[in-house]
Ligand binder design. Structure first.
Ligand code: GDP
Length: 325
């Protein structure tokens, strides 16, 4: 049995240690690791397992960790297995990871049915996108029913996460009416469900008002073909008391069921796979172009073109033949 086969067998059996090792493998940029990761993903893909992928965004302090802990525990109690992945391009700058932090999801991290993975300390958004979608595929192969992908409120990472998820949830805190404008329209348009957290104690009334404000704003958005009547929706929740979590889950299931029934899921996943394939080809070509011997050839050919010794087209053909050869 090869190393890849052994690892894939353990992942398919739901072994979380093997899953963690595989995620480390897909995070690596070393060529030999990449080759192993690609082989592993290809084997696992054949199992054809899928999870409900939920993207979740919200600015720091809104209660994401608290929500995921409570929501994740509720799903675990229903017998589901829950993976939490974090996408945090900002951690590349700060050097630390604030998302997917196990110490902030203590109960969930102790559960056998849970898998929590913080974002790696350094990576560019492009690398993050690939690492995340590969980590999602690994979690799916390991039999997780729900994969939650947590991200912070910085536009680009949200778009990326929304594009790889079945549902996108925006978590907000109760606010005064004038803060509505603070949420970028683009993010509102991506959201399938807006959850106004902290709808408890002193904040309950403000949360109810905020829900009404957002519900009004959502009604002004164009109805999307992938939505049944009434979506996108805004709901109040409390990650601390657990109020509204079951209602939020029910809405997510309704939406997911609808999208599956109308074939939107399959179409979207097929579109995503096509786009990723094209990206991989482009990225692969760019990586090859940046190899030292190609860079040297490019510089030499550019100089020859400048001197009028060769046409730009002929010089380009020569370089491209070396890149793809
Ligand atoms: P994150 O930065 O988005 O992950 O936010 P945290 O989960 O760390 O929560 C930020 C703060 O909000 C913490 O002090 C939490 O205790 C508090 N918090 C989170 N959820 C709720 C909630 O439902 N109600 C109330 N009252 N406080 C909450």
């Amino acid at each position: 049995m090869t190393e890849t086969e052994m690892l894939s067998d353990r992942i398919l059996a739901g072994d979380r240690r093997a899953l963690a090792r595989a995620v480390t493998l897909v995070e690596s940029t070393r060529a030999d690791h990449r080759a192993k990761a690609t082989a592993l993903l290809e084997v696992l893909r054949r199992a054809g397992r899928q999870a409900l992928r939920i993207g979740m965004s919200g600015t720091p302090g809104v209660g994401k960790s608290t929500f995921i802990e409570a929501f994740g525990m509720m799903l675990i109690e229903q017998g589901l297995r829950v993976a939490v992945l974090a996408v945090d391009p900002s951690s590349a700058r700060s050097g630390g990871s604030i998302l997917g932090d196990k110490t902030r999801m203590e109960r969930l991290s102790r559960e056998k049915g849970a898998f929590i993975r913080p974002s790696p300390a350094s990576s560019q958004l492009g690398g993050v996108a690939r690492r995340t979608r590969e980590a999602v595929a690994l979690c799916e192969a390991a039999g997780f029913d729900v994969v939650l992908i947590e991200t912070v409120g910085v536009g680009q990472s949200e778009t990326m996460v929304a594009q790889m998820c079945d549902l996108f949830v925006l978590l907000l805190a109760p606010a005064g009416g004038d803060e509505l404008q603070g949420v970028k329209r683009g993010i509102m348009e991506m959201a399938d469900l807006i959850l106004v957290n902290k709808a408890d104690g002193d904040l309950k009334a403000a949360a109810t008002r905020t829900v009404a404000d957002y519900a009004g704003a959502l009604r002004l958005l164009r109805k999307r073909p992938q939505d049944p009547e009434g979506f996108p929706k805004a709901l109040p929740v409390s990650a601390v008391t657990g109020a509204g979590l079951d209602a939020a889950w029910a809405e997510m299931q309704t939406l997911a069921g609808w999208r599956q029934d109308i074939g939107w899921w399959d179409r979207t996943r097929a579109d995503q796979a096509t786009r990723w394939f094209e990206e991989e080809v482009r990225d692969g070509l760019l990586r090859r172009l940046s190899r030292p011997e190609i860079r040297a050839l490019m510089a030499a050919r550019a100089a020859a073109v400048a001197r009028g010794e060769i046409s730009p087209e002929a010089a380009a053909d020569e370089v491209l033949a070396r890149v793809t050869g």
